[in-house]
Design a protein around this ligand. Structure first.
Ligand SMILES: Nc1nc2c(ncn2[C@@H]2O[C@H](COP(=O)(O)OP(=O)(O)OP(=O)(O)O)[C@@H](O)[C@H]2O)c(=O)[nH]1
Ligand SMILES: [Mg+2]
Length: 294
């Protein structure tokens, strides 16, 4: 009989390559928030996939970049480094269409003593599939990869093959989590994240990255949840943008977030969302709130 296998796998890469889309696809649950804007993910989050003889514990991380050096970015980069320090294998994601300078910045962080699997994502968006082979040939030189796997996290194309490539590197170890656990994060954390996702998606460039979401109240009973969230913004002008004409923008954000909560948590959710201004944050204070989400 083969021994049970379990391991920790960090998903790393520059902002916007599809790390969170891949995590959700792998575990089959909406854990990590996704948007077309870079630096959507701010916190490390675990996603657990349990199968008969093995358990994968994936860690989604913020996109790695060195261009913006705010307190929040420093904390985000630290999370990537700490995720890389403790894993059994690394999944490095790039966009199959191009390798950028930002992608290359991550190479020095790849551990020499652990298997690194390169996933070339977004193959669905390649205009010419013939470009894939020469691209694989050139990325092969960047690091002694254990495997190189082209995938589409969005369509699911080849994600099963990627999972099996990772499985080959899981050590013999007992499960870290119960078979029915999908994440280390609380519903309260996910609730704040769903609100932040809708803000990122709907309000686009107008919304400064300084925005933070805090859950003020989370009550549960009779299969229902009553949740109150605050969106913190820097200035009264930002508050007006988040609320929108006649409150339309805020209503749309709140009802989309509520639908996600109902689907993920199961059961009815009553969600109130308030927008509050807090100016003159110390950089570190805002970074801490942005990261805690609670
Ligand atoms: N065409 C295509 N788009 C994808 C694929 N995977 C992700 N995307 C899109 O790429 C964008 C970024 O996806 P995320 O999953 O948020 O990327 P991320 O790497 O987690 O980004 P950060 O958290 O900002 O570092 C979103 O618009 C996704 O819909 C894919 O396989 N194909
Ligand atoms: Mg992400």
């Amino acid at each position: 009989m083969s021994a049970f296998k379990c391991g920790l796998i960090a998903i790393v890469g520059r902002p916007n390559v599809g790390k969170s889309t891949l995590l959700n696809r792998l575990v089959g649950f909406k854990l990590s928030i996704i948007s077309s804007r870079p630096q959507t993910t701010r916190h490390k989050i675990l996603g657990v996939l349990s199968e008969d003889e093995r358990q994968f514990v994936f860690v989604d991380t913020p996109g790695y970049q060195q261009r913006h050096r705010s307190a929040l970015n420093r904390l985000m980069n630290k999370q990537i480094q700490s995720a890389l320090a403790e894993v059994d294998a690394v999944l490095w994601l790039i966009d199959a269409r191009r390798l950028t300078a930002e992608d290359r910045q991550l190479i020095p962080l790849l551990p020499a003593s652990r298997p690194v699997i390169l996933a070339m994502n977004k193959v669905d968006a390649l205009s010419d599939r013939n470009r894939l082979l020469p691209m694989i040939d050139s990325v092969r030189k960047l690091h002694p990869f254990a495997e190189i796997v082209p995938i589409s996290a969005e369509s699911g194309d080849n994600v099963e093959a990627l999972k099996n490539a990772v499985a080959a590197h899981l050590p013999d170890a007992p499960a870290m989590f119960d078979a029915d656990t999908v994440t280390d994060r609380s519903e309260r954390f996910l609730a704040a994240e769903y609100v932040r996702e809708k803000l990122f998606r709907r309000l686009g460039e107008e919304i400064p990255y300084g925005t933070a979401v805090q859950i003020e109240r989370f009550e549960q009973g009779d299969g229902q949840r009553r949740i109150a969230a605050v969106i913190w913004v820097d200035r009264p002008a930002h508050k007006r943008i988040v609320i929108g004409q006649g409150g339309e923008a805020l209503k749309a954000v709140a009802s989309a977030a509520r639908r996600d909560m109902e689907e993920s948590f199961g059961g009815k959710v009553f969600l109130e969302v308030w927008v509050k201004v807090k100016s003159g944050w110390a950089n570190d204070e805002r970074a801490a709130l942005s990261l805690s989400g609670e």
